[in-house]
Unconditional design. Structure first.
Length: 306
């Protein structure tokens, strides 16, 4: 089974410039270069123009002392034309038509912009919750071009963590797909089943466990097929997508989490989407692409959530 190509938030075509992170003078050099472009975030959102293009600004447009910039700058990457830097922590704002979440517009951005922006959003979330050392409780400072934090009190370094989560398109012997609606979602909102990988657990074991916990459906472990992954930094997930075959079909949903779980044939799926009884995740999500992979042809965007 072929993997899903070009998952929207997994696209990235610039060098992350990891070798630059050990250079303590990186910011002073990059900040004064004509080819540097800066991405400013606001509450985890990115600035875009009317045509949903990401807004990059030059350093001279940022009204901050370089010492303040050093407390919030993250080196995102470089290409043949530019160096790219993000400012995290809502230290400054820029003029923008709108501020939007990558959840909704990621698929519309270029590979360059979405790859850099998704890293910026991930690092913004991490820095916002790791101002203090988890070992001794003292304040930490940003280091390694924004990709680490250092505690001067106990001399420890801390790095971003990613939380792996499985997401699965489960099919039965008749090639129906299993979709569910969580309790907090509006009527008609369905998606593939997903869940976080627990400590000491493989992703494949997580698929089997989570599908049974949420839907009461048994999945054949040897049927699992990995289809691809993409970051989902809201705040810190990596979604690993699978196709799986069920060995049972009687649904026993977990009432504490799931409002509905249903099997859909393609005819039932077509009818429910056409009448808007079924609303799908938007096309920035891996869930949309897992469902489309099962469906076998492009899914109309009007079937997705607005």
């Amino acid at each position: 089974m072929e993997m899903i190509a070009d998952l929207p938030l997994a696209r990235f075509d610039t060098d992350r410039a990891a070798a630059m992170r050990a250079d303590e003078q990186w910011l002073e050099r990059v900040w004064h270069a004509d080819n540097t472009r800066v991405l400013v975030l606001s509450e985890g959102n990115v600035p875009v123009t009317d045509d949903v293009s990401l807004i990059w600004v030059k350093p001279e447009a940022i009204d901050l002392d370089l010492r303040v910039v050093a407390e919030c700058a993250v080196m995102l990457g470089v290409d043949a034309q530019h160096s790219y830097v993000a400012l995290v922590g809502d230290r400054v704002t820029v003029d923008a038509v709108s501020w939007v979440s990558l959840r909704g517009i990621g698929a519309q951005l270029s590979a360059r912009d979405v790859g850099l922006a998704i890293a910026a959003v991930a690092m913004n979330s991490w820095h916002g919750t790791h101002s203090y050392c988890p070992r001794c409780g003292n304040p930490t400072v940003i280091t390694q071009a924004g990709w680490a934090r250092h505690c001067k009190h106990d001399n420890s370094d801390h790095y971003p963590r990613t939380e792996p989560a499985m997401i699965a398109a489960v099919n039965d012997a008749d090639d129906r797909i299993l979709l569910g609606r969580r309790n907090e979602w509006p009527e008609g909102w369905f998606s593939t089943l997903a869940g976080f990988v627990e400590a000491g657990e493989s992703v494949e074991a997580c698929v089997v466990r989570e599908v049974f916990e949420e839907a009461g459906i048994r999945v054949a472990p040897d049927s699992l097929r990995y289809l691809g992954s993409q970051p989902w930094p809201f705040p810190a997930s990596l979604m690993l997508g699978y196709r799986a075959t069920a060995t049972s079909t009687d649904i026993e949903r977990e009432e504490a989490e799931m409002a509905e779980v249903r099997w859909y044939s393609r005819d039932e799926f077509d009818s429910a989407c056409t009448t808007e009884a079924l609303r799908l995740p938007n096309n920035s999500t891996i869930a949309f692409h897992l469902i489309q992979h099962w469906y076998g042809k492009p899914i109309p965007l009007e079937w997705t959530r607005k």
